[in-house]
Each structure stands twice: as structure tokens, then as C-alpha cells.
Ligand binder design. Structure first.
Ligand code: IZC
Ligand code: ZN
Length: 424
């Protein structure tokens, strides 16, 4: 039998985590524990696409690799998908950390004109080129730590012009950088000070002026709203997301992050693709989300950064059959880290998710949370060759040995882009 020639064959993985079988819908309940592990596994890519995933013995019979990589003693798995980031922004907010350490809350800082509004000022001042340059640095950090696809939101412009500038930066970064980006319009991220007295007029601006422009230039696949007490009400959020749907932008929601607010219920009613945060989501709200097929995206790095001991109740969500996903929430205020491995460690140590559940949540379920479940998130025939070789003998070790970067190599679209944890 003639062997199939491939560009790269990775063989002898101590564990190949295929995550196979969930390209059509995310994993739920006990399914999260099944990583589709192949011991002494092999995976091959040709023209950027996965053309084989199986045992090394089988690969040796069927495959000839132009390049062969020996992954003995290593875990080989799909690239991480980060389904919630605020990637593009100006400035930074390190002074808020000290304020919080001295007792100020996230909302107090925002209400005093800091927080999101501080990033809005810096983002408005930045040029498109500056935003791209800064975003590129963050994408390099992501890629070195194993993120191969990420969602990226606007939301630090809050004027038509500045929201478009952020979305354009995301578009340019997607063209320029190996990490694939999925863009989300978050014009309703805060009420700018100009509209404090007339918040509904800002909602009018979002619906009547921002959304049509974003849609015209096809700048966002999703629309998100910060639905929270003191920010956007449930009714304002509904209005914005329904308007976005009429332009073909699929709904997402920042829901029940700081107080119980009915965000989970709204996400279910709108059949949103995801509802994110959910620390204070009601049990009823979670049940409605499960029923409506809304993916809970959990962001455990955020309460960690906000010095809170209140985390989303991942154990209850999994018990109720929810298809949980994990993201970083990378942003300049409440979670300034690009590292999925960090978010995963906190999911383990603070939300008590099991290592296998965490890996499902950070790959295939995260892919579904941004509508990419058919393209990425697992090592299966026809999917993108987005592959990590991790310096760990088994998948549990990835959560056990925390606070380091376990990534040895990253393949993006079948090309080696990271070696020994560094960009090539
Ligand atoms: O800049 O504080 N929660 N939005 C909603 C954020 C956190 C990002 C920020
Ligand atoms: Zn967020």
C-alpha cells in the first residue's frame, strides 16, 4: 500500500487528546470527562489540515511525513480557544490593583470615572496603528501560551468612530497574526460620562448609529452587552441584542457577574450563543440556558483578579448538564492576562473543575462558544492543524504543574509557529 505523504507527522505522543466526536454540539455533563485519548498517539497535517489522528502503529503503516516530530513523553492536543477577550485597548490600569487592595470595589472605581472609562479615554487617544501594535504583542503572548483562536471585543471606544477603530484593529490583527480572531461588537460596555444623565440616549446611539455601521462593514459576527446593575439593564440589553440579531449579529452577554440581575434568563430567552461570567446566575437561569442551548463561558481569572472568593458555580452547572467553556476575559482592568493556562489553573483550584472537564471547556466547548466547533477545538480529520505539544506526560499534569508555560511547540494551520515556548 502506498503511504500518504503529509507535511508534518507528530508521533509517539504519550497521550493524544483528540476531543473527537463533538463538532456538532458542545460536551455536557459526563461527556466533559472524555478527552478521546489515544496512547502512543499520532497526528498528521497536510496543507494546514489534519489528515490523520490515531495510533503511532497505524500512522507508521499509512503515513509518510516530510517532517516527523517525536512527541514521546508529551501530551499532544488541540490549540486552546479563548472565547472571551477584550484584546484591543489603549493604556493599562495597574493603579486600580492598589485601589482594590485597599478596599475599593470594581464598580466604585468605574462609578468614579476609572475602570472601563479609563481604558475608554486611552483607547480614544490611541491611533489605529498603535492599537494594532499593542494587540499584536498580546497575540504573541497568547500564541506562545497555546491559544490559536480567540474572540476579541470592541467596547473601549463608545463613539461610532472609536468603536469602528477598535473593530478595524481586530480585522487588521486577524489578517496579520497567526492567531485566528472572531470579532464581537460591545458598544454597550459602559455608559460614557456624556450620557450619564440620559442613558437611553446612549442605547439609541448604539442601536441607531453604531450597529448599522458595524453591520455595513461586516465588522462583527457577534454582539455583546455588559448587562449588570449600574451598567445596562435587562430591557436595554434585550433591545440592543434584538437589533443586532436583525443585522445578523449573534447575541452574547456579560451576565450576572457582580450581582444577580437576570442575565442568564435573558440569554436563554434570546437563545444567545453564550452567556459569560455567571457568578450570580440563578439556578432557574442556568436551567433555562441549558434548555435553550446557551453556552456558559466561565472566566475564573476575573474574580481572582478582583480579590473575590465568589466564583461561578461550575460544579452545579455541570451537574445540570450545562456545556461549560472557559476563557481568560483578557482585559486591562479585571483580568490582565492572556494566558488560558492561568484561567484553567484557577478553574481547577477555585471552581473545582476536574482536569479533563477543564481541557474540554478550553478547547472544543470554547470553539462552540464562538461558532467554530466545526473548524477547531479537536484533532479530527478536516479540522485546522492547530496543535499543541505540551511538556507534560499526561493531561492531569497540565493542571497539577501550575504557574508555568507548559507549551513546547505550537502548530498553527499545520505550521510550527512556537518552539520551546518561543515564537519562531
Ligand atoms: O475593562 O473592566 N467586566 N468589562 C466587564 C470588563 C470587566 C473589562 C474592564
Ligand atoms: Zn468581558
Amino acid at each position: 500500500m502506498e503511504k500518504m505523504r503529509v507535511d508534518i507527522l507528530i508521533e509517539h505522543a504519550s497521550q493524544l487528546l483528540t476531543l473527537q466526536g463533538n463538532s456538532e454540539r458542545p460536551k455536557m455533563g459526563k461527556e466533559l470527562l472524555n478527552l478521546g485519548i489515544i496512547e502512543d498517539g499520532a497526528v498528521a497535517v497536510k496543507d494546514g489540515i489534519i489528515v490523520f489522528a490515531g495510533s503511532t502503529a497505524d500512522a507508521r503503516q499509512k503515513i509518510f511525513g516530510e517532517v516527523t516530530i517525536n512527541a514521546a513523553g508529551k501530551v499532544v492536543m488541540p490549540g486552546f480557544v479563548d472565547p472571551h477577550t477584550h484584546l484591543v485597548f489603549g493604556g493599562s490600569r495597574e493603579q486600580e490593583l492598589s485601589l482594590r487592595l485597599k478596599g475599593a470595589s470594581y464598580m466604585e472605581i468605574l462609578q468614579q470615572g476609572g475602570g472601563i472609562m479609563s481604558s475608554v479615554r486611552a483607547t480614544r487617544e490611541a491611533t489605529l496603528e498603535e492599537l494594532v501594535e499593542k494587540g499584536e504583542k498580546s497575540l504573541d503572548i497568547m500564541l506562545c501560551r497555546g491559544t490559536t483562536t480567540a474572540e476579541a471585543k470592541s467596547g473601549y471606544g463608545l463613539t461610532v468612530e472609536d468603536e469602528l477603530k477598535q473593530l478595524l484593529a481586530i480585522r487588521l490583527l486577524n489578517k496579520k497574526h497567526p492567531v485566528d480572531l472572531v470579532s464581537t461588537f460591545l458598544g454597550a460596555h459602559a455608559i460614557p460620562s456624556e450620557y450619564k444623565a440620559v442613558p437611553d440616549e446612549f442605547v439609541d446611539l448604539v442601536v441607531e448609529e453604531m450597529l448599522p455601521e458595524v453591520a455595513r462593514d461586516n465588522l462583527a459576527e457577534f454582539c455583546d452587552v455588559f448587562c449588570e446593575e449600574g451598567v445596562f439593564s435587562v430591557e436595554q440589553s434585550r433591545r440592543i441584542l434584538l437589533a443586532a440579531s436583525s443585522y445578523g449579529m449573534k447575541p452574547k452577554l456579560h451576565a450576572d457577574e457582580l450581582v444577580p440581575f437576570g442575565g442568564a434568563e435573558l440569554a436563554a430567552q434570546l437563545a444567545a450563543v453564550s452567556a459569560d461570567h455567571l457568578l450570580y446566575a440563578s439556578e432557574q437561569g442556568i436551567k433555562m440556558m441549558v434548555e435553550a442551548g446557551v453556552i456558559p463561558v466561565l472566566l475564573p481569572g476575573t474574580p481572582f483578579c478582583l480579590l473575590s472568593e465568589k466564583y461561578a458555580d461550575a460544579r452545579k452547572m455541570i451537574a445540570l448538564g450545562a456545556p461549560v467553556a472557559i476563557a481568560t476575559d483578557f482585559n486591562p482592568g479585571s483580568c490582565p492576562t492572556e494566558s488560558m493556562q492561568f484561567a484553567m489553573a484557577v478553574a481547577c483550584y477555585k471552581m473545582k473543575m476536574l482536569p479533563a472537564e477543564i481541557i474540554s471547556a478550553a478547547t472544543i466547548n470554547a470553539a462552540h462558544a464562538i461558532g467554530r466547533g466545526r473548524e477547531v477545538g479537536s484533532l479530527e480529520l478536516g479540522k485546522k492543524g492547530d496543535i499543541l505539544i505540551m511538556d507534560a506526560p499526561n493531561y492531569e499534569y497540565l493542571l497539577y504543574h501550575f504557574g508555568i508555560n507548559a507549551v513546547e511547540k505550537v502548530l498553527k494551520n499545520g505550521k510550527i509557529v512556537v518552539e520551546k515556548g518561543k515564537l519562531v
